[in-house]
Structures are given as structure tokens and as C-alpha cells.
Design a protein around this ligand. Sequence first.
Ligand code: BGC
Length: 739
Amino acid sequence: MKRYIPLALILGISLSASAQDKKIEKKIDSVLKLMTLDEKIGQLNQYTGDRDATGPITNNPNKLKDIRDGKLGSMLNVRGAKETREVQEVAMQSRMKIPLIFGLDVIHGYRVTFPIPLAEAASWDMAEIENGARVAARETAASGVHWTFAPMVDIARDPRWGRVMEGAGEDTYLGSKIAFARVKGFQGKGLGNLDAVMACAKHFAAYGAAIAGRDYNAVDMSEHTLWETYLPPFKAAVDAGAATFMNSFNTLNGIPATGNSYLQRDILKGQWKYQGFVVSDWGSIGEMIAHGYAKDKEQAAELAIKAGSDMDMESRSYLPSLAKLVADKKVPVALIDDAVRRILRKKFELGLFDDPYRFSNVARQEKEINSAENRKASLTMAEKSIVLLKNEKEVLPLSKNFKKIAVIGPLGKSEKDMQGFWSIAWDKDNLVSLYQGLKNKVGNQTELLYAKGCELSDSSKTGFAEAVEVAKQADVVVMAVGEAFDMSGEAKSRANIHIPGVQEDLIKAVQATGKPVVVLVMAGRPLIFNWTADNVPAIMYTWWLGSEAGNAMANVLYGDYNPSGKLPMTFPRDEGQIPLYYNYLSTGRPAKNDKDTRYRSAYLDMPNSPKFAFGYGLSYTTFDYSGLTLSKTQIKPDEKITVSFTLKNTGKYAGEEVVQLYLQDKFASVVRPVKELKDFQKVMLKAGESKTITFNIDKEKLSFYNQQLKWAAEAGDFKLMIGTASNNIKLEKDFTLLN
Ligand code: BGC
């Protein structure tokens, strides 16, 4: 797949631009003309700040010297209005005075932490997700940072992979919508505005398909799966205007993504005509040596720049190698110019050439960050991210008449874990634990009891006796179990994704008291907890919900917010089923049900079905689906079908339902999935209210990558399914696409 496109084409792409952009292109020309080759190479170099024991970057003489010498285009992990100004002042001492771009992993909130991205995805609420990114962008930009390394738009079908927490889950359609919303949220009304930061769609590409869910592992994938499942969220990010891309650590079919010309040149900068720049992942250019793809840093630099990686994050391969590669005529200077142009373009768009300090404004920072309004947005997002998995005997919402509530479990009073892995640490942060959230809610009306019971990964049960005693005194027990913040995230793959330690035994012990038990599972990935799922009457999946976690959980527990989340990833029964996802391809021997194993595509020792399916999630109310009608049951390629049906809230509470539309192409030139999400709506209904819901189906929704890898619809029969979850289809009808 090592294909190189002609230089002229690369330059041609860089030059095509609208009138406004042409002005910027001229400015870039004038800057580029004045730059030495070394200064150009400097623009492609990115270092991290040293926010650890050595203090901020301002204490590191070597890095400061490199900035002054024009050897740096960008820094990551430098933040705060004061610090960014100090470092930018050093860049202004360089000969060319080209401002630095400051980047940071603002993955789910900057000062106010939002729910982890996988949790936000469970809201299926695009406006709220966009707003979450908007708030994060406002806080980030006000702190002098121009660039977030988000959104991560990697499709993830393997919950062993710790980075599932950073993405939108397993589905391409939902993931693409979320990718679009997040980019829009970060970039707001566009670069140059003081509340907009550059988005970075990552990790390009297929990083989420690491073999066996082991982070950084190789990826081996068909072109079909790449195009159909893994690339669309990246394309959505391009369509939303994502300013930058990050490549990935993995190999794809034997070629490291960082050195992959097919991905970066042919697809991204070629077919998709992408004008932004590509930053490597941390050290990924140098890691091509460990991959066995490059013999040394010099060759790694050559392969990476030729493949379209514009900026070297922390592998320090470009700086020492590119000038020699140019002198040796191994790398044409036009390739370096193209990369520099892409980076300078963003610096112009951000307005940094007009005023390099425009984002580093202490007064604006004070005003923007950690405001009550921002915390409110995080709370709303957190409420919407919670998924109600089970609610038998109407244990929930909790009765206001309960006099004593026991909070039991290792996460009951945890604050830090609520932030999740990719959050930014702050002194004197105000994080709300479950216990504190309940306290805020019930005041002095209700007594709160507490017992930890065990540690998260404990093998000791010595705390159980106390927990059981506390449970016995209460009217209801709310249990807080799950993962610590550093059990899901980068390099946090786990082969065993059962609830860790003896936590499930603690649940059993407490349940044995006969008290009503509500289990809240707080985690960064789908976990396995079969006993709990089968025996405990009420279960909520709360992920890691961010700064306002406890308040959000309390609101949902008491019914002040009626849960509306739906799982964005399949929850398996056992690790042995992984990868398990709802939109698997039809097989020649499908099992009719979970017991049908004789010469079927099935396991002898376990059902095929998951414990909780993609799209599943309950509400305190109930919904009825009826009266499906299709405006036509046969359409020509230029026609569309209007689908309508009635959704009724048949329960006692107002609530929101995520109505899901799935399609199956029954016979095609390439075998199709058993069903694919193709649309959804989140609908609010008062108790007893009905609404007519409509969707449109057109050729685009029926298209897929055919045998020639061309996006096209094929004439034939389709099944339309409307459901409340991927495994709970309420209405269905067939229709035909004519030639
Ligand atoms: C991660 C990226 C992240 C980068 C910078 C890498 O290890 O894979 O997602 O943006 O570090 O922190």
C-alpha cells in the first residue's frame, strides 16, 4: 500500500482555495519565502512542556533555546494564560517570530470535567455533545491553548481496549454523527474566534481495531471494513472542518499508520482534499524503528514526511534528519514546504500572526473557566449519559420517604475516579462524589450511611461484615462499584473485564440482607457482571461522569431526571465472545436463537447474544410503538420513502426515548450486516402523550461499498426495523429498491 501521489498534486491541493483563503495563501507565501530550510523544519517539530517535577517549560533551558532558535512549531502540555504567554514571548525572540501553537489533550472538558466521551455517546444527544465540546473549547481557548487533541473518532468493538472510554463506541453511524458534533463544538464559529480551538480527529486510522484489544497492537483489516466501518467518522470530521488530524501508533495491514501513504496522502489529502495538517502521535515516527519498518530515525523521518505526516510530536526525528534528507535528495523540499504551509495556514487562521498572545489573557481565563454555567452544562451532560440497565419492582426512582440510605462500595465517596483517565488535574478541584451528591440532594431529611466494603481490586473481604451491618440499618442500599480512573484509558487494556476484585461478592453479601439494592457501575468500558445483572433489581451504568458526577447520579436516582441513555457499545457475557457487536455480517449458518448450536455459527458453552445490547437503555416510563407506514414499498434510485409510526409514552413519567432505525440489505454483491443503524431521533414525551415520528430513506441510506469498493446502492429487497434497542425491534417492514 506504499503509494505516492505526484508532488504537483500535493501542491495543487494546497493551492486550491476560496477568495478569503487566497489572502492567507499569499501571506503564507511571503513568510515561506523568508524562511531557511532549518526554520521550515523547525515548524514541523513539536515538544511537550515539562509540567512535572521540573516545573513548567519556562525552567527548561534546552527547550527554550530551541524555541529561540526557531526549531519548534508547536508545544503540547503548556497551558494557562500566563504560562502560554511566557513561552510565546520566547518564540517572539526567534528570527522569524513565528508564533507557536499550544496543544493539549482536552478530551472531555478542560477545567470542568465532562463525562468521558463513551458516556457522552450514551446520551445520543448531538446538541448536548456539541455543547460539551463548546464549553471545553471556551475554557481551553481562554487559557491560552489553541488546539485540542480530540475528538478520538476510532470505532471500538473490543472492550478490552482501554481507549474505548475516549471514543463514541462501536457504531459507525452514531460515531460519525458524534465526530461531526464534537468538531463543530470545539471549533465553534470557526478558527480565529477567541472561543474556538482547533480540533484533531484521531487516530488515523483503525487504531481501535488493535488485535485482541491490546493497545498499540497491529491491525489487520479488509479494505471493506476499513472503508465501511472505520473511516466514515474521520470523513465526518473532515466534513465538519476539523483543522487537524493525528495519525496512529498501529500498523495497518503491515504498514505503520505514521508511514502510511495510502492513508495520509491517497485518502486524506488526496480523495478527501484535506487542507489541515497531520500531527504524528507521540513518538510514533520514531516507533517505526521498533515496528521494524525503518532502520533508524533518519529513515523514519523520510518515510513519515513522504507518507504525509506533517508534524513530529516528540519523536525528535524530523529536526535532526530532514535537512540531511533534503541535501541527499531523498526528500524534495517541496514536501517540507507543503507541510509547513499547512501548519502556517492554521497559525494565520487562528490569528496568531496578528497577535501571538491573543489567547493568553488572564482576565478572560478568570471569567471563562469553572463558571457555574459550565458546571451546569457538565451536570446536564452527565444526567443524559447515565444508562438505566434494570429496574425491577420499581425500586427506582427512590422514594422520598426513605429515611435511611446506605451508600456502599469502594467508589461511594470517590472523587478522582469520577474524572476518568483523560482529565486534567487541578489543585483544590471541586469534584462531587456519589455520597456528596446524595447529601446535596436529601439534605437533613434522610440519613446517609456509608461503608466502603472493599477496595477496588481487593481480594480481601474483611470490610464485608461492616457493609452488611450498615445495609441492614437502611431502607435502601445504593452501591458504587466499578473501575478506578486508571483502569481504562491509554495503555490500559485488560484481558479480564469483569468488575474487578471482590466487588461482585460484596454485592452478593449486601443483596443477601434482603434490602432493596441499586447498583451503580462506574467504569470506562463495558464491564461484565452477570450475577449482578441477573439478581439485583436495579442497575445503572454511570461510566465516569466528571465534575458533577454525584449530583447527576442523585438527580437520576430520585427521578429529577428520567434516564434516557442508550448503550453505544455491546456488553458481552464473557470475554470469550469478544469482539461482539450488533452489526455483524450474516453467516451461512446463522443460529436461530441462543440454544441453536448444531452445526450453527454458535458457541457450545455460551449464547451468542450479549448481556446488554447496543442501543439498549431503560427509562422510568415506558414507550409503545405502533402503526408503521411506508409512503412507498418500491422506490426508484432517485425517490425516497417516508417512514412514519406512532410513539406513545405509556408510563407515569415524562421521558425521552431514543428511537432507532435499522436497515438490512437482504441480498447484495457484498454480504451485508444483519442490521445497521441508519438513523435515530431522541424524542421527549409527556406521560400519556403520543407523537408521529417520521424518517426518510433515500439512496444514500441504502448505499455501501460494493465489490469494487465504490459507494453505491444496489437494487433489491431491504428490511426496515424500528426499535428501542438493536435487539428489541418493535416494528418492521420490507421494501424494494428498483433499478
Ligand atoms: C496519545 C494521543 C495523545 C498524545 C498526546 C498519545 O500517547 O495516543 O491520543 O493525544 O499522546 O498526549
